[in-house]
Design a protein around this ligand. Structure first.
Ligand SMILES: [Fe+2]
Length: 277
C-alpha cells in the first residue's frame, strides 16, 4: 500500500501546477469465468472495448473504478480485472471501491491491492467512501464512514475535494433504481454542506450519465463499462448506448472539466427486452 501511495505522491510533486487526469470506470460486472455475460453482454469484452478506447484517447494519472468491479464477488473476477488494468494502463495507479455486487474481502485478497480511502493529488483531495450494505442492493454510508468523511474534510479545508462512492446519493429519475438511493443521504449532505471545498460527488450503480448541481457541488453519475440503463425510465429498461468511461481534469486552482467517452459503436448481443438483472 505504501508503495502505491508514494507512487501517487511522486506524481503529485511533478504535477502541482498542472492538471491531474482521473479516468473513471464503473460497474464492470466481470464474472468468475472469462467472457461471462450480463443480460447477454460479454462483460470482459465490453471492458476491453472501453479500455482500448481510453488507451487511444487518454493519458490518465489515475484509474478509478467506482464499484461493481465483479458481478459475483469472486476472487477470480478481481484478478482478471487487475490484469486488464495493468495491461492497458501499466504503472498508472488504480483506486477502487466496493459496490453492492462486490466482496471487499476478495478485493483485498487478490494482488494485495488496497481499498483506497483518500489521496491528495495536484492540490485536490480525493475521498473514496464505502456505501455497500452486505447482501443488499441498496446503499448506506453509516456512522463510521460519515465521521471519516467529516474528519477528512475538516483536516483539509483549503483543498478542493472530490468524493466518490458506489450508490447514488440523489434520485436520478428512474423509480426502479432510485429505490436504492443512499439510505442516509440526508446525513451525508449534512456533512458535505458544512465543508465548502467539496466540488464534486460522483458514483456508479445507475449505469448511465447524470449531472446535477446542488449548492455549487456537481453531482455526477458515470456510465457502466457493461450494460447501460435507460435514463428517466421508471421501470427497468436497457439503453442501447455503448459502454463508456468518464474523465475528470482536475486543475490546481480547484476547477475541473469532465467528459464521458463511449466505446466505438458495435453490436453486442444484449437482451434489450430484459426486465431486470
Ligand atoms: Fe452495477
Amino acid at each position: 500500500m505504501d508503495q502505491h501511495i508514494s507512487h501517487i505522491f511522486g506524481r503529485d510533486k511533478k504535477k502541482t501546477m498542472g492538471t491531474f487526469k482521473l479516468l473513471q470506470i464503473s460497474d464492470c460486472h466481470l464474472g468468475s469465468t472469462p467472457n461471462d455475460t450480463l443480460l447477454g453482454m460479454d462483460t470482459d469484452q465490453s471492458l476491453i472495448d472501453v479500455l482500448e478506447q481510453a488507451q487511444r484517447t487518454e493519458s490518465p494519472d489515475m484509474v478509478l473504478c467506482t464499484g461493481d468491479v465483479s458481478n459475483d464477488g469472486g476472487p477470480v473476477s478481481y484478478a482478471r480485472f487487475l490484469c486488464l488494468i495493468d495491461e492497458f494502463f501499466p504503472s498508472v495507479p488504480l483506486a477502487w471501491l466496493p459496490g453492492n455486487h462486490d466482496d471487499p474481502d476478495n478485493m483485498l485478497k487478490v494482488g494485495q491491492h488496497p481499498l483506497e480511502l483518500a489521496h491528495h493529488v495536484n492540490g485536490w483531495h480525493l475521498i473514496f467512501l464505502n456505501s455497500r450494505i452486505p447482501g443488499e442492493e441498496g446503499g448506506r454510508l453509516g456512522r463510521a464512514e460519515l465521521q471519516r468523511l467529516d474528519r477528512e474534510l475538516s483536516a483539509h479545508p483549503a483543498s478542493p475535494t472530490a468524493v466518490f462512492l458506489h450508490h447514488q446519493p440523489v434520485p436520478v429519475g428512474s423509480a426502479w433504481v432510485d429505490q436504492y438511493v443512499v439510505e442516509d443521504a440526508d446525513a451525508f449532505f449534512d456533512v458535505v454542506d458544512r465543508h465548502s471545498q467539496v466540488r464534486l460527488i460522483s458514483w456508479g450503480h445507475v449505469h448511465q450519465e447524470f449531472h446535477q448541481r446542488r449548492n455549487g457541488v456537481s453531482l455526477i453519475a458515470s456510465p457502466s463499462t457493461s450494460v447501460q440503463f435507460l435514463p428517466n425510465s421508471d421501470e427497468f429498461k436497457l439503453d442501447p448506448a455503448m459502454p463508456g468511461y468518464r474523465t475528470y481534469t482536475l486543475h490546481a486552482d480547484g476547477h475541473f472539466e469532465m467528459q464521458v467517452v463511449r466505446a466505438e459503436k458495435k453490436m453486442y448481443s444484449v437482451d434489450m427486452t430484459a426486465t431486470g438483472y
